[in-house]
Design a protein around this ligand. Sequence first.
Ligand SMILES: Cc1cc2nc3c(=O)[nH]c(=O)nc-3n(C[C@H](O)[C@H](O)[C@H](O)COP(=O)(O)OP(=O)(O)OC[C@H]3O[C@@H](n4cnc5c(N)ncnc54)[C@H](O)[C@@H]3O)c2cc1C
Length: 352
Amino acid sequence: MESVLVLTHADETGSALTKASLEAVTAAKELAASLSASLTIGIVAVDPTTATAALASTQARLIAVSGEPFAQPRYATDAAACEALCRAAQATIVLAPASSRFARVAAGVAHRMGGSIDTHITALAVADCVQATRWFYRQRIEAVITRETRPWFLLLDAGTHAAFAAEPAPAQVEQILVTLPAIRTTVIGLRTPQSGAQADGASTQGWETIRPDAQLLLVAGAGWTKKQPDGQIHSAEAGDLILGFLRATGASLGSSKSLVDQGGEGQPVLPFLTHMNQVGQTGSTPRHAKGLSTCCHGEEPHVVGWRFIADRRAISLDPNCGWTRGKADVVYIADAFKVMAKVNALLGAAEK
Ligand SMILES: Cc1cc2nc3c(=O)[nH]c(=O)nc-3n(C[C@H](O)[C@H](O)[C@H](O)COP(=O)(O)OP(=O)(O)OC[C@H]3O[C@@H](n4cnc5c(N)ncnc54)[C@H](O)[C@@H]3O)c2cc1C
């Protein structure tokens, strides 16, 4: 008989659960229902009151590790917290969001519990046993995994389940005590990569271009910095068009490898792009409802990063580009400079 535990943690407020945690709660509820198994939700938060209320309607057993030592992500305290929750729940299946906080400790906790772990899980199903799905070889091969070892830890990729949402209500939570190990790491603050920019490109601080939760992904390809029909390069105009679109839509910014690589080759580059923006085989595989590719050829090593983009569109001058070969839903064979200038003008008019 299986039993399910889902590990969750608070966001930077210290009390509300992260979106990825709430997605894991949805997955755990569905899995427990399919198995007719008991469900326990484990919470790691400075103060679990808000999280507990938000989870009241799940009818699950709620257990929490709380207090100031758990305010910051840190291997020793997070691993101890998760281990304590696992020992209290004694579940056979342990789900957790693949957040940087839990991805770091989950394998260690699985080892302490004598269990197994699989990561990058995108779907769960129940046939005659629990089946977990993940992609291999940069989203080219989809595999379904089963295991006999218990507890079986499964780290869920973000964006694969709807975030659990319900009216808050009073609920009971069991506090689980943790014997803290010696703490050698003091967290003194957070530093994030400077991937943002202002419209004039003058400052790259304070304005993030990578927005995993955005509805739309805009991808910039190397064509933006190539010679255009007038024989000239128009990088500054390209930067303005891209940033103008991001500002008007709240889209996230992705890039092809060729474009971000140019920075290291002394060619004109868009100053707000870093390798963090790269989408593809050696970049990221973001999950957005829609994607718009501009000035990008749509080669396989790039498009493999679009696996989870639902609606794909591309603007390319080349009618033989990869996008036209079945990789996009809609391809506009057009000059992206002109199209994006028009789109931005329409967006500006709509704002007024
Ligand atoms: C092992 C390996 C891993 C790789 N990993 C990745 C990866 O993770 N991500 C990735 O992106 N690539 C990756 N690549 C590289 C990939 O194969 C391509 O080289 C790269 O994606 C090309 O980038 P691009 O389409 O922006 O540039 P280009 O191939 O130079 O294409 C530019 C396009 O812009 C168009 N264009 C120019 N001007 C305009 C205009 N005004 N309007 C509209 N269109 C215009 C051109 O017609 C052209 O199609 C990898 C390659 C290898 C070998």
